[in-house]
Design a protein around this ligand. Structure first.
Ligand code: URA
Ligand code: ZN
Length: 371
């Protein structure tokens, strides 16, 4: 393990997921992706159910079996053990993708959101000093989502909401209909944790398709996810949302996709295009620098690029647990997770001073989220 955990303050994981039992049940009852498939070998007790969630995942031989649904997905005790094992003091848990994006606009969907938030709160109540959370919204209906934001404000562990790039019925985050929702989130002093799910492009079969292609989940997760975030956030910025709702707070998964690297190019392309430049009060990078970024990028170069682009006080450590468990033999005795250690080492090796690293590991999240 990395040496960075020695001599630090609190360590906070702001990117760590749960699938509450009622959500798992909902996925079990579905016949289409996202869904849960029964264990591959029903006669073997050790054989686990399979989570198949990504678009097109069921169409490729290397991904069709999804990933095993381990206890880590829904068990608070397992989350706390993982935290203890890796020196994590506090976790801010969030429902994982694809949230409620696939549900219809019905009262039942609004109730599902309400119940899931209640379940997440009850999980946090089991260890109130160590567990905080982001809630989930029934984004298919804006008014119901605004009501849910108000409900989330009354749930003591919750500090904001997690959402994908889908928006309302797939119209994306720059849909003008979302402005009142963003306003409500900001007015309730909540933060949006923006997380990818769909990759690019959604239509399979093109030369740039990142799903499947007998490459397992690698292309989709390593490239599709961050490009999706990059595009969705750029579109949101170009919609002028931060001129309309200046106090909106966004935290971007995976160090903002590729935004710290591409910000200059986005600025330049906008500056050379009067149709869009005139509609914004500032260059795109000005808005991007107001956002918060996780440190789930697994490489010191990515950390350093993010820390040179935004104020490093806007960067926060995360693990993406329970995704990316240690590769190899599932039955081996518990060991440290490679995915966690790569992120710790990336921070350790980044050319940043100790105070800055301490901030990224936990103090920034404590301050921003009032933990
Ligand atoms: N795979 C997912 O589907 N979601 C994550 O957050 C990470 C990996
Ligand atoms: Zn994640």
């Amino acid at each position: 393990p990395s040496t960075i955990l020695k001599d630090t303050g609190r360590v906070v994981d702001i990117h760590t997921h749960v699938y509450v039992p009622s959500y798992l049940q909902l996925l079990r009852e579905r016949l289409q992706v996202p869904r849960i498939l029964p264990p591959l070998d029903p006669d073997d007790e050790a054989s686990l159910e399979r989570l198949v969630i990504l678009p097109g995942e069921d169409n490729d031989v290397t991904t069709a079996n999804g990933r095993p649904v381990t206890n880590g997905f829904s068990d608070v005790g397992e989350k706390l053990r993982f935290m203890d094992q890796h020196g994590i003091d506090i976790s801010v848990i969030s429902l994982a993708n694809p949230w409620l994006d696939f549900l219809p606009d019905t009262e039942a969907t609004y109730t599902t959101a309400r119940n899931i938030n209640c379940e997440i709160q009850l999980m946090c109540d089991q260890s109130p000093e160590r567990l905080y959370s982001f809630g989930v919204l029934p984004l298919v209906n804006i008014q119901a989502s605004i009501k849910e934001v108000e409900n989330i404000s009354r749930l003591g562990s919750m500090r904001g909401v997690i959402m994908g790039t889908h928006g309302c019925e797939g119209r994306g985050l720059d849909d003008p209909a979302l402005v009142p929702l963003f306003q409500a989130i900001a007015d309730n002093n909540q933060i949006i944790f923006l997380h990818p799910h769909y990759g690019i492009p959604i239509n399979s079969g093109s030369a740039l398709d990142t799903s499947g292609n007998e490459k397992g989940h690698a292309l989709q997760l390593a490239l599709g996810f961050p490009m999706e975030t990059t595009i969705a956030v750029t579109r949101l910025v170009l919609s002028g949302i931060f001129d309309k709702v200046p106090h909106l707070k966004l935290m971007l998964a995976h160090s903002g996709g590729t935004l710290p690297f591409l910000a200059g190019r986005i600025d330049s392309c906008v500056a050379h295009d009067g149709t869009i430049a005139d509609s914004l009060q500032h260059p795109p990078s000005w808005y991007l620098k107001k956002m918060y970024y996780d440190a789930v990028i697994y490489h010191d170069v990515g950390i350093l690029a993010t820390a040179r682009f935004v104020d490093p006080k806007h960067i926060m450590f995360g693990t993406d647990h329970p995704f990316f468990p240690p590769p190899g033999d599932d039955t081996a005795k518990p060991k440290r997770w490679l995915s966690v250690d790569s992120n710790l080492e990336a921070l350790d090796h980044a050319a940043l001073d100790h105070e800055t690293k301490r901030g990224i590991l936990g103090e920034n999240a404590c301050r921003l989220l009032n933990l």
